[in-house]
Ligand binder design. Structure first.
Ligand code: SAH
Length: 372
């Protein structure tokens, strides 16, 4: 809801808000993701230009950390035309992003009508803001969706003796100002369209908006090249009832005070994979701790520990490492999933030209790190 929705009104990410995300916990998280993109850029022959497109950038921290990596690798990227494209619906969060990434020097409603805001990073990289992925110009692009898909609305379905029914939200007739869940008395259009015939679970959550966006990303990657990295909590088509709310870092009844709490549902990666419709190859989901380990988080932690002089900083580094990597914290709960053009993963024995000596490099994070 534009006037009453959570992200347009509140959107409290960080310690003082409702939930905290990995980029807000440690700079290392964004740095390793930045390296992932550079690694893919090298693996695909260093194209002359690329766009980094982030969906739902929150406070802008992740892009800021990635831009620092691009700046540190400036000599490598010097001949590459890099631009940043942020897809964000929240007016409040886009202002925070603009402040973080450009120091607030932005132009609203620029002449180029596809973007609603434009600016330039401190390192001279152009940044544009859009409300919809469809507005982002075509071209070789790296996409990033961190804790984005879990924020999109879902449909819920329950299997009953009479067949599948949709879970709907109704007004409780007995209690004033109280919402309640009800089952549709008969099948609904959503039930007909979104339940797969082979479905084995008895309760299912489907996010059609996520499906549409993944389809668009897959079409764009198939046509123009690039890659997408999706990181979120989720499962591979096994979980059932995951819809929940968070307010002030505590679980919150999803039906209470709508618009004041972060509502979230685990991402179903099997559904995302299906919605690529085979246009791209997919990798994962793999657990966050495996991905970050493969990306060299241990080495990066050692360097930061050696460079920090005071005990408080060292403790903070170790604490944030534990938050990201501990299987009981974010290590096992979060997953990484990638879309890549088919030719990027083609079996070297079958499709790789015989005259080329080196096999295709592995995709970092999901295998060996190329930049080692
Ligand atoms: N990626 C950030 C923020 C995650 S919160 C981080 O990890 O810290 C979800 C983000 O998605 C917010 O920026 C929110 O405003 C944005 N968002 C929610 N629904 C959206 C939609 N339909 N289109 C674009 N952005 C959306």
């Amino acid at each position: 809801s534009p006037p009453q929705g959570y992200y347009t009104r509140r959107g409290g990410i960080g310690e003082s808000g409702d939930f905290v995300t990995s980029p807000e916990i440690s700079q290392v998280f964004g740095e390793l993701i930045g390296i992932w993109y550079v690694s893919e850029w090298i693996a695909t022959g260093k194209p002359k230009a690329f766009q980094l497109v982030e969906l739902g950038p929150g406070r802008g921290t992740l892009t800021d950390d990635i831009l620092r990596v691009f700046n540190q690798l400036a000599s490598l990227l010097s001949k590459c035309d890099v631009s940043i494209h942020l897809v964000e619906v929240s007016p409040k969060l886009s202002k925070i992003q603009a402040l973080m990434l450009t120091g607030g020097k932005v132009q609203s409603n620029p002449e180029d009508k596809s973007a609603y805001m434009k600016g330039v990073s401190e390192t001279g990289i152009p940044i544009s803001w859009y409300r919809d992925i469809q507005d982002v110009p075509p071209g070789y692009s790296f996409y990033l969706a961190h804790e984005f898909f879990d924020a999109l609305p879902i449909h819920k379905f329950q299997k009953t003796e009479k067949g599948w029914r949709e879970v709907l939200v109704d007004i409780d007739p007995d209690v004033p100002d109280q919402l309640r869940f009800v089952l549709s008395p008969s099948s609904t259009p959503a039930t007909e369209n979104f339940i797969q015939p082979e479905e084995r679970r008895d309760h299912v959550e489907v996010c059609p908006e996520a499906g549409v966006i993944i389809q668009r990303l897959a079409c764009r990657i198939e046509k123009d090249g690039g890659a997408a990295l999706v990181a979120d909590y989720g499962h591979d088509g096994t979980k059932t009832d995951t819809f929940r709310g968070f307010r002030n870092h505590k679980l919150h009844d999803v039906l209470k005070a709508p618009g004041t709490a972060d509502l979230t549902a685990d991402v179903d990666f099997s559904y995302l994979r299906k919605m690529t419709q085979g246009r791209t190859a997919t990798l994962g989901p793999i657990k966050q701790r495996e991905f970050l380990k493969n990306m060299g988080i241990d080495l990066r932690l050692q360097v930061l520990l050696q460079n920090s002089r005071d005990t408080a900083t060292r403790e903070q580094l170790l604490h944030s490492y534990d938050m990201l990597m501990n299987p009981k914290k974010m290590g096992d709960r979060f997953n990484f999933f990638a879309l890549l053009p088919h030719h990027r993963l083609a079996d070297p024995d079958k499709n790789h030209k015989p005259e080329s000596k080196s096999p295709l490099p592995p995709v970092a994070g999901f295998g060996e790190l190329l930049l080692k």
